[in-house]
Design a protein around this ligand. Structure first.
Ligand SMILES: [Zn+2]
Ligand SMILES: [Zn+2]
Length: 333
């Protein structure tokens, strides 16, 4: 949206890293809700063809109605029908599981219900050539690490994502974020988020680390994505921990329909991870509704291919497997 950029013309250009972040009330906030602005971004993407990803091997990040923030049309069989129609060969269903009793996905759905439904869909769709895997997206916080470890031991999944989200009452909640960032440098403003990401990467608990820089979304319009791009060193401790623990870096396409309007993370960060010795990458749409099925997934594949990714890291309940990148998207860059 041009509005955000116009409202914050100095963002990312001419601001010296390390200078304090200003807080602003923007036209975006006063005229539209964030949700409305993101709907406009989504629709503009549809017009540009982002809704029509086809012939891809894998989407590793998908939510159904078993996630509290999914829409009622986020139904497993509807996703499977679209996957067959569009040639998306394999899906990992990764509904939310939270450990903070105040968080929305705490005890929202049971392991048994989720597993039964996903395994049932896997059986129903196997003869149509579609593979459906039982995954989960766990919200990571250091204070729950022992609980998560214990729970994962008792609840095996085919594939697991660990993600840091804005916890209830966090400094990144819309009501708190302006006051929190005022007077802080970008490093200070992102420190609570990236510290939890570092913990998730070091923990070795997960197959993949979800949307490594979704904090960009929480910080718009006080901080714009360009400011992150100017300080890639903010990512480096977490990237080094991913390499060390063998956890995959996720390229999450949802940022292309959200305020940052770029993947989590963007291509230069994927490239830096590979330079640092990282190999394991996953790609997911993070859909929460039928209309977001595989949205911008082909863009995320092209981005990963352009950064140098040759195969995706995945797991189907056993050891890690490697899924070759399709030749098409890389050639279209
Ligand atoms: Zn998430
Ligand atoms: Zn998600």
């Amino acid at each position: 949206m041009a509005e955000a950029a116009e409202a914050n013309p100095s963002a990312g250009r001419g601001r010296t890293p390390g200078r304090d972040l200003a807080t602003r009330q923007t036209p975006m906030q006063s005229r539209h809700s964030r949700r409305e602005v993101e709907f406009e971004i989504y629709q503009a993407g549809l017009a540009a063809g982002l809704g029509d990803s086809r012939n891809l091997p894998l989407d590793t990040h998908m939510h159904t109605v078993y996630s509290p923030d999914a829409e009622p049309d986020a139904l497993l069989d509807a996703y499977c029908a679209l996957a067959v129609e569009r040639g998306i060969a394999e899906l990992a269903i990764t509904d939310h599981v939270d450990f903070d009793p105040l968080a929305p996905a705490y005890a929202f759905s049971s392991f048994e219900d989720r597993e039964r439904d996903v395994r049932g869909a896997a059986e129903r769709w196997a003869d149509r050539g579609l593979a459906v895997r039982f995954g989960v997206e766990l919200t990571y916080e250091r204070r729950y690490e022992d609980d998560i470890r214990d729970w994962l031991r008792r609840h095996p999944h085919d594939f697991t994502i660990g993600s840091v989200h804005s916890a209830p009452g966090s400094v990144y909640e819309p009501a708190n974020v302006a006051a929190f960032v005022a007077g802080k440098t970008l490093a200070e403003a992102t420190a609570p988020y990236f510290d939890e990401v570092l913990g998730a990467a070091q923990s070795g608990l997960f197959d993949s680390l979800g949307h490594i820089d979704v904090v960009k979304r929480y910080l718009v319009p006080h901080v714009m994505p360009e400011q992150f791009a100017a300080q890639p060193e903010l990512y480096e401790p977490a990237l080094a921990a991913l390499v060390e623990s063998g956890t995959a870096l996720e390229v999450n396409a949802s940022g292309l329909r959200q305020l940052p309007r770029e993947t989590y993370p963007p291509a230069p960060i994927v490239g830096r991870y590979l330079e640092m010795g990282g190999r394991a990458v996953t790609i997911g749409s993070d859909t929460h509704r039928l209309g977001w099925f595989a949205y911008a997934l082909a863009s995320a594949y092209r981005l990963a291919a352009s950064a140098g990714v040759e195969a995706l890291a995945f797991r189907r309940g056993g050891a890690r497997v490697w899924v070759p990148m399709p030749p098409g998207p890389a050639e279209e860059v």
